[in-house]
Design a protein around this ligand. Sequence first.
Ligand code: KG4
Length: 329
Amino acid sequence: MKDTYILGIESSCDETAVAVVKNGREILSNVINTQIPIHTVYGGVVPEIASRNHIDNISKVTKEAINKANIEFSDIDAIACTYGPGLVGALLVGLSYGKALSYAINKPLVGVNHIEGHIAANYITYSKLEPQFLCIMMSGGNTQIVNVKDYTNFKVLGRTRDDAIGEAFDKVARVIGLGYPGGPKIDQMAQSGISNIELPKTHIDGLDFSFSGIKTAIINIHHRNPDVNKNNLCASFEKEITEMLLDKVEKAIEETNSKKIVLAGGVSANTYIRKEFEKLKEKGIEVYMPDLSLCTDNAAMIASAGYYNYISGKISNLSLNAIPNLKLD
Ligand code: KG4
């Protein structure tokens, strides 16, 4: 069978990323230009600055991805482009570039939901992984528990009612003085701490999540006592958050009878969360988590998701617009 080459384009937040992926699973190139150092100064992503930097970067990142993959534009079968969810100005840069490229080289455009991309990062990590499975999608902008029925068929079982999990990590980190992005910093601090700080139980019923209560509790503890041990505070925060995640997973397993759990999104890089989810294997549950290099935003995952849309005939037309709050189902 002929190989299929997908060019993936990702610009939904502060990473300008372009990748070439073969047959949905094999990375030929995965170029990421991150703007983290630019936004760190402001303590978070500034949307207009993100868009302007995407414009500066998109062309050179694309050329680099093509060169590293050692292919020509003419070898590409389709262009997969994130069109939501995300920052609208940032999305428009990658999407407009993808549309122009699609027109110029006469190859189909495939619009990809960014969350679908995060899920697909696991298809690259595990060459034999196939749906159906339950996915805990945890990123800076989204937190959902999804029944992945097939490569392009999703049912969201629960979602956050307030902050996304990564947002809670980032906000806690900012207030306790760790800077942006906070997730990796909390991860590091927690590794030298013990989870000995008692926190209120802010779990909610059902399969929806809520992270604002625990975030506020941590911030209040810090404000009341700025000398509180930050390593222990981070460890206690991670422990509580992980308990919430595991509680939802157990409920989703009960509801769906599915014993295959897949992690996705930037927060799935967290050392403690990964370690605790690994333990589910002892209960006979299959557990998958993306390679660390594929947890946070990248275009290889977009190309992989694009591949499955492409082979199932889900081609977009050139009037495709950016949808900042695009849903998965
Ligand atoms: O998936 P992602 O790159 O962007 C979105 O699509 O939103 O996720 C970024 C989020 C940020 O909130 C960042 O702090 C968090 O992932 N993150 C982590 C870790 N690495 C990244 N959170 C906890 N522990 C980590 N090691």
